[in-house]
Ligand binder design. Structure first.
Ligand code: PMV
Length: 355
């Protein structure tokens, strides 16, 4: 299957010119979570995420020919040279060199910018790796690969996955699925697949994602370490089965527009992810006291008002508030009056799904 992504380019360094490409890619928030992986970034279960709108990475990739046989890359974040970022890109290049043959023929300069603050605790790896992969496929096309738009996106998703698993879902808008299963046509472990818009009730296309920045700064455990702790985890196999069952159960809910069932499933997924972390060895807790306080307040608000306000969590302390446009007005007053105080500097990010 991977064979299809091996480049047919035969360009040699002497024919290469300098140039620059750029791409913008949003972050995503998973509804059914990817947690656990096998060799070569193959997920242990299927996942699905909303692609966001306002939280994105913009990357310009400058390239100029060189003769040495090594990888050469400099990374600038918000205009500042970040020497510590280069090894991550070099590791990414090593993983994808079989599919992008020109990586050692150019010297690269990566100029990257995130729309969200670096310290916000929002992972930039999904949007960052996806933007980087989109840039590389553009260069491949400039050099003569001439991939169709569909194949270009598929290849970018395939490459992004090798940079950061969840990044493969950021290549497409809407709801994006990743992981092979027998109930979504075209699903694959190798790349993300856009879940058809026609299968999604309109109400789910109006969802807001307001991100409470409960704890700004580095997470105490990286997602790489977290994924690895699923190896030998006593509850791992059951979790992988349940994640696939949850995704399968979500599909008719998406179709029918049952917001309550959607919210309950999504909250269960988020808490299960954190429960897996708490049950791993060594154990870790990424929620902060204010994460729990915000969730309790949210549940109380939902009980009292019946508004459709639900949450999900990624591998960190921040809370993603999910709600449809129809309830947005009341919910946003509640966020400002009752939830903002749980944010570290009173900061939250207003984002939306991207259809
Ligand atoms: O893509 P990674 O390796 O950073 O893992 C992301 C894992 C979660 O965000 C917790 C879940 C997901 O599916 O995005």
């Amino acid at each position: 299957m991977e064979q299809q992504f091996i480049s047919t380019l035969s360009t040699t360094a002497s024919e290469l010119k300098s140039g620059s490409v750029s791409a913008k890619s949003p972050s995503n928030i998973a509804l059914v979570k990817y947690w656990g992986k096998k060799k070569n970034q193959i997920p242990t279960n299927s996942s699905i995420s909303y692609t966001l709108t306002n939280s994105y990475t913009e990357t310009e990739l400058k390239f100029s020919p060189k003769t040495s046989d090594t990888f050469e890359v400099e990374v600038y974040l918000e205009g500042e040279l970040k020497e510590s970022f280069a090894p991550k890109i070099i590791t990414f290049f090593e993983r994808i060199t079989a599919y992008i043959p020109f990586l050692n023929q150019f010297k690269f300069e990566v100029h990257t910018h995130n729309s969200f603050p670096h310290s916000s605790g929002i992972a930039s790896s999904a949007s960052g790796m996806s933007a980087m992969a989109l840039c590389l496929v553009q260069i491949e096309n400039i050099l003569g690969a001439n991939l169709s738009e569909e194949d270009s996106l598929k290849k970018a998703s395939f490459l992004a996955r090798l940079g950061s698993g969840s990044a493969c879902r950021s290549v497409y808008k809407g709801l994006v699925e990743w992981g092979e299963n027998d109930f979504i046509e075209g699903s694959s472990d190798l790349f993300g697949t856009k879940y058809p818009d026609v299968e999604i009730h309109d109400v789910f296309k109006t969802f807001h994602d307001t991100i409470l920045l409960i704890h700004e700064g580095q997470k105490s455990v990286s997602s790489t370490v977290g994924h690895n702790l699923m190896n030998g985890h006593p509850y791992a196999e059951r979790r992988f089965v349940e994640a696939n069952e949850n995704l399968k159960a979500l599909l008719p809910i998406l179709k029918s527009g049952d917001i309550k069932a959607f919210g309950e499933l999504v909250e269960h997924e988020a808490l299960t992810l954190h429960a897996m972390m708490m049950m791993s060895n060594p154990a870790f807790i990424l929620m902060k006291p204010n994460t729990v306080a915000a969730l309790e307040k949210l549940w109380e608000f939902r009980r009292e008002t019946g508004n459709h306000l639900y949450f999900t969590l990624d591998a960190g302390a921040n809370v993603h508030l999910l709600y449809p446009e129809q309830d947005a007005e009341a919910i946003e007053v509640f966020i400002e009056n009752e939830l903002k105080k749980f944010c570290q500097n009173g900061n939250y990010i207003k984002d939306k799904v991207n259809f």
